[in-house]
Design a protein around this ligand. Sequence first.
Ligand code: ADP
Ligand code: MG
Length: 689
Amino acid sequence: DQIEFIKASVMDGVKVFQRLSSSALLIFHLWLDERKTLPIYPYREELLKAVKEYQVLVIVGETGSGKTTQIPQYLHEAGYAEHGKIGCTQPRRVAAMSVAARVSQEMGVKLGLEVGYSVRFEECTSAKTVVKYLTDGMLLQEFLREPNLASYSVVMVDEAHERTLSTDILFGLLKASINSFNLFKDISRSRSDLKLLISSATLDAVKFSDYFNSAPIFKIPGRRFPVDIHYTKAPEPDYLDAAVVTVLQIHVTQPLGDILVFLPGQEEIESAAEVLKHRTRGLGSKIAELVICPIYGNLPTDLQVKIFEPTPEGARKVVLATNIAETSLTIDGIKYVVDPGFSKVKSYNPRTAMDSLLVNPITKASAMQRAGRSGRTGPGKCFRLYTAHNYHADMEDNIVPEIQRTNLASVVLTLKNLGIRDLVHFDFMDPPPSEALLKALELLFALGALNSVGEPTLLGKRMAAFPLDLMLSKMVLASEKYKCSEEIITIAAMLDVGDSIFYRPKDKQVLADNAKMNFHTGNVGDHIALLKVYCSWKETNFSTQWCYENFIQVRSMKRARDIRDQLERQLERFGIELTSNADDLEAVKKAITSGFFPNSAELQKFGSYRTVKSRQTVHIHPSSGLAQVLPRWVIYHGLVLTTKEYMRQVTELSPKWLVEIAPHYYQQKDVENPGAKNLPRGQGRATRG
Ligand code: ADP
Ligand code: MG
C-alpha cells in the first residue's frame, strides 16, 4: 500500500516524486513509513476534506501527534501550494527552524528551497518556497508588506494555546481579512479564498472556535501511556540543585530511557549542564554514559540538531530544556520528566512602563503538558520538584495571555501602520488593559512615531519596518542626523544580541573581568564599550583567537555581525547613507539618547538612582562598567528585576540633551532640582527640534 500511497500522492498533485532519483525514492519510502506511524496519519483524508469544506478550522491534538510537521505536507500533497504558499507560524524561532529542517528532510528537498523558514534576522527561503515555517512575529511583519497576504493560500497558526502577543494580534488581523466586512481602509478585497487553520495542543479549543465565528473543531485523538507522577514531600529550597540530584538518581536507579528536565532559561541550563558533567565523571564505568543535551532559544543551529540524534546504544540522554520542549518540540524516547515547576515569564507594569522577565511558578496546564512528555512512546514517570499541595493550592489553571501582561508599543505601531485607527474596538480575543494601550500610544507619540492625530509619521513607518525593539529602531534612524550610523548600527546589533557577549568562566573570573575592563577605559559607558569590542574584533579580521584571548563569545559576535549586516541593508533600502563619526562620541551618545530618552535616571544618595519620569528607584547593574563610577545622570537600555531593580547597559548622559532632544517629553524643571542648581541656566532649549 506504500506504492498505492505514492501513486495517490502523485495523483494529488505532488510532482516532486517524479523528479527524484531512485536512491532518493528509497529514502522516501523510509520517511513515508515513519510518517505513517504518527497519530495524525489515519485522519489525513478526513482532515483534507474538512479543510476543503471550511474556511477556518480549529485543530486540536496532543503534542507529538504530527500537527506541525504533517499538516503542511498533507496540504502540499493535496495541491494547496499551487495557488500560494502554505505558511505555518510558531511562537519560537528554534521551533520554526528545526521543524522546517525536519520537513525538508521528509520531503527530500534541500532546506530553503521548497521548504523554508523565516525568523527574525534569518531568512532561509527562495522563490521556490511553498511550505514556509515562520515565527508569528515574522508573519505580522509580512502583513505590513502584504496586507491581504496575497502570496499565501493557507495560513496555519500553530501552538495557538500559547497565546503569545503576536499570535493574538494575528488572530485579529486574520479574522478581519477573511470576513466579508473590512477593517482595513487599504485592502480592497477580502480573502474569501484563504484557508485558515488554528492548531492547539490543549483542549480548550472552544474559545478559538467561538472567536472565529463557530469554526468547526477537528480533534486528533492522541496516544498516551500512563504517567506516574511523583511529588516531593517538602518544598525544595534550591530547585536547580534538586533537579540535578533527581537526574542523577534516575540515572543510577532507573532502567534506561531518556530524561527531559524543564528549566527556566539558558543560564540555569548551562549551569545544570556543567554540574551534571562534573558529577557524572566520578560515577565509574559500571554506570551508563549520560549524554547531556541543552536546548533553548538562542542555542546555535548546529547544537540544536543534537537533541534529535538517537541516543547511543547503552547510554542515556538527558535533555535540559526551556518551555520550548513543553509543546513546540517533541523529542522521541523520553521516559522520565523532571519538572521543577518554574518558567520565565515576561510581565509589564503599565503604570511604571517597566518590563520584567521573572522566574515564576508554572500553571497546572503547563505541569500537565510537561508530565505528558514522558508518556508518548511507553509508560513514563514525572518527578515534580514541588509538593502536591503546591500543585493544587498555588498554581493557576491557565496562563494569562501575553497581550494582557506586556508592553504593547510595538504592536500598536504595527496596527497603526496597517491603517487600524480604532484600537479600542479592535476585535481582540482577550482585550489588553486600556492603560497599557494608552501607555503604548504615549510612548509612540513621544518617540515621534505617531503624529498628534495618532497616525504614523514617516519615522513611524520606518520604525515599524525594522525588526528591532522600538527604541532601538528609533536610535538607528536618529543616527542619520548625528552622522554616526556606522557606529550606531554596531551598538544596536550588540545590544540586540543581549547579555551573552562577555564570557566569565568560574575558574578565570579575575582574568575575564580584567579583559572586560580594557574596553571600558575612560569610563566610556557600556554602549561605547560594546562598540569598542566589535571594532577591535573587526580589526583582527574577525579572529576567533582574539575572542578567546579577550573572554568574548565568538558565537554572539558572529550573530551581532549578521544582525549588523541586515541593519545596514535596511538603511540602504530607506536610502539612508552610512556615515562614520567614530571620533565624536558625543554624537553617538546623542543618537542613543534620541531612542532611549525615556530611560533616564539621576543619582541619589547612597548610590541609588531615580528614573526621571516615572520616579522609580533603580540601581546600576554590577556587570556594568559604570557600576563603580556612578555618574550623576545616566541613560539605560533596560531594567531587570533580580534582587533589586537594575539598569542594564548604562551610559553617562548630559541632562541638557534630554531637553534638547525630547523637548516635548522633558521640561527644564525635570532636569533641574536642588542638586542641579549649578547647571548653567537656559542651556536646555538652545537647539530645539
Ligand atoms: P505536533 O506538532 O503535533 O506536536 P510534530 O509534527 O511536531 O507534532 O511531531 C511529529 C513527530 O516528528 C514527532 O515524533 C517528533 O519527534 C518528530 N520531529 C519533529 N521535529 C523534528 C526534528 N526537528 N527532528 C527530528 N524529529 C522531529
Ligand atoms: Mg507542533
